[in-house]
Design a protein around this ligand. Sequence first.
Ligand SMILES: Cc1cc2nc3c(=O)[nH]c(=O)nc-3n(C[C@H](O)[C@H](O)[C@H](O)COP(=O)(O)O)c2cc1C
Length: 369
Amino acid sequence: MIRSRLCELVGIKYPIIQAGMGPFSNNNLCVAAANAGVLGLLSTSGVFNKDDQPWIYNEFARTGEADPEDDIGTLMEKVLKRTYRLVKERGGIFGLNVMVSKEVLWASNILIDAAIRVREETPDVKNHLKVMYTSAGDPLGWEDKIKGAGFKWIHIVPSVRAALRAKKAGVDVIVASGHEGGFHTSWEPVHSMVLLPAVIEAVQDDDTLVVGAGGFSDGKTLAAALLMGADGVLMGTRFLATQESDFHPMWKQEVVDAGDRATLVARGYVGPARWLKTPRSIEHAANTLQKSPGVFLGIPEDYSTPDMLTAFENESMKATFAGNKEKAMMAAGEVAQRIKDMPKVNDMVQKIVRDAEDILRNVPQKLLG
Ligand SMILES: Cc1cc2nc3c(=O)[nH]c(=O)nc-3n(C[C@H](O)[C@H](O)[C@H](O)COP(=O)(O)O)c2cc1C
């Protein structure tokens, strides 16, 4: 059976992480992934905008057995307790994906504090809610809070420079996120085939694990990452198109139906984002070129880039939620073009692991004679 240091560190069966994907809830996907023996991550990016996007907040509450009137901290506590209840029998391991960019720091603190409270209240929770996964911001400064509370800490980066900073902060697992990945992607493109080995060479050691993200979806790509020296892979788009995934059926089907060259990059809420190519996202890319050219030039802009683009994104997200295909914009990674089915999470994980094992077992006689 495939094992890696990631399995030992967090107590999962297989060296795979299910990406936290927002802005909608992936509360049920996380449960299915944790129960399938991989690390499940809860998305939280949609709970920041209770006032602007109440339909997203309400959905978090509904799928988390919370109340739409709950404040963010209470909502999060209820979601975490529900997840624990649904994974504990099967020994599932899960974590919380929290954005730590400076614009949302107030919420990051509330979310992490809620996780600490839930762990302290019921000690057995610590055997399941083991991971704090930070994204979209600077990891330095979070070490006392996250490691002090006893979490295994995972942070995602788009460059070697950011990986070195994560290592300085004391992160346990650094996820190298290639530009082919779904939704928010970095200002300057470096894809997995270059980024993953570069980050491994720069930071991996006895205390620092490295995981690949962006383009991983099956046994072949898992085996390739492990052969490059990675400690595991994180998959987003692949988990989006599964039976248990909370995403709208239309979105899941669009991933399955995506063909050759199926995505484009245009502005997202916090920078460049990868969307499925549709008439609506092509229009958004054209607007981005005019009003927010930094997205294509690799020049970071702040959140306040033209309101018109934000309004377009909000309207598209609302349309996606409602299943309105004409106005919807759906994020996904380049790997959508390789995804052709919508399996149950457990069956999918078993197949990925079996295929990777077959490949790795046959490598010596196939390639070395
Ligand atoms: C629909 C979608 C939503 C995502 N939302 C988030 C998010 O809210 N926070 C985050 O850190 N990453 C988010 N991501 C990025 C994933 O965590 C992950 O890095 C990416 O999906 C990996 O690439 P892949 O799609 O090729 O597997 C999202 C990805 C997708 C496809």
